[in-house]
Design a protein around this ligand. Structure first.
Ligand code: SPD
Length: 288
């Protein structure tokens, strides 16, 4: 029998600008929370996966390509890493990566949608792993925009923004006002890290967020890597800091502490990932 035809009905696709990005597998669950549509899908290639509003968020066997890249340039480089704020990140992967560092004393994980946490714990338990039971992790089921607005000045050493694409509840996470509040609550010497979409399939959004961060912070630079389940496969994370580009120089002791436990991230990988900025993006960012 023709294998391609036989399995056709089991494809789940994210549609974006006339292109579809799909995985073969079985639908496990679909529900609508007060905030968004949530889907759990068991894919043959990458294991169980989470989609929000029909967009791929994470999958058991590809999540490290995303979470390691978002977390380690910030945590290996920030002056201190005692107090961390994660906005979003309800699947637990970002918290798990932060908790690899003994220096981390406390993480506030502010997730707007409790169902994302509940379903991630139930269907994707390997992504959060031991983070869910680590006493350093404090779950706050709240709106991240309000949390940042109300937080005291200089309250966090590192801020991680692990949101979805800028539609639905994540739209504000790309705004000037939210990111200005983030700067206010970030300690000097600290690093802000955000997922910043694809320079190919979300080109203008990508350019805009780097420009906005450069207006607010003294330094902001995008870093590039591959997340095969996301539109185009080419993804970016952007890091920002004051005084100097703190995120460029990992501390040796922290590199030694975590690098054996990483699949993608290493000091060498990080250096290359900042340097592979596409030429047209560099030119766009240079324009005022
Ligand atoms: N297009 C997908 C962008 C999603 C970024 N966040 C994923 C959440 C993983 N913790």
């Amino acid at each position: 029998m023709n294998q391609r035809l036989r399995t056709r009905s089991d494809w789940l696709d994210e549609y974006h600008q006339g292109v579809r990005y799909g995985l073969l597998g079985n639908l496990i669950l679909e529900e609508t929370s007060p905030f968004q549509k949530i889907t759990i899908f068991e894919s043959k290639r990458y294991g169980k996966a989470l989609l929000l509003d029909d967009c791929w968020m994470t999958a058991e066997k590809s999540e490290k390509c995303y979470h390691e890249c978002l977390i380690h340039p910030a945590l290996s480089c920030s002056t201190q890493i005692d107090n961390i704020l994660i906005i979003g990140g309800g699947d637990g992967g970002s918290a798990r990566e932060c908790l690899k560092y003994k220096e981390v004393k406390s993480i506030d994980l502010v997730e707007i949608d409790l169902r994302v946490i509940e379903l991630s714990k139930k269907y994707l338990p390997t992504i959060g792993g031991n983070a869910w039971s680590d006493s350093r992790l404090h779950l706050q089921i709240k709106n991240g925009i309000d949390w940042v607005k109300n937080a005291k000045e200089n309250s966090y050493d590192v801020i991680i923004i692990d949101g979805a694409d800028p539609i639905g509840p994540s739209k504000e996470l790309f705004s000037n006002s939210f990111l200005t509040d983030c700067k206010r609550i970030l300690k000097r010497g600290g690093v802000l890290a955000t997922q910043s979409e694809s320079p190919e399939s979300f080109r203008q959004i990508h350019i805009n967020i780097v420009k906005v961060l450069r207006e607010i912070f003294d330094y902001a630079d995008p870093m590039y890597g591959s997340v095969s389940i996301y539109p185009s496969g080419l993804w970016s994370w952007t890091f920002a800091s004051m005084g100097k580009p703190k995120y460029m120089n990992p501390k040796k002791s922290r590199v030694n502490e975590i690098s054996k436990n990483c699949q993608i991230w290493s000091e060498r990988w990080q250096q290359g990932a900042f340097n592979i900025i596409p030429a047209f993006i560099e030119r766009e960012l240079a324009k005022t």
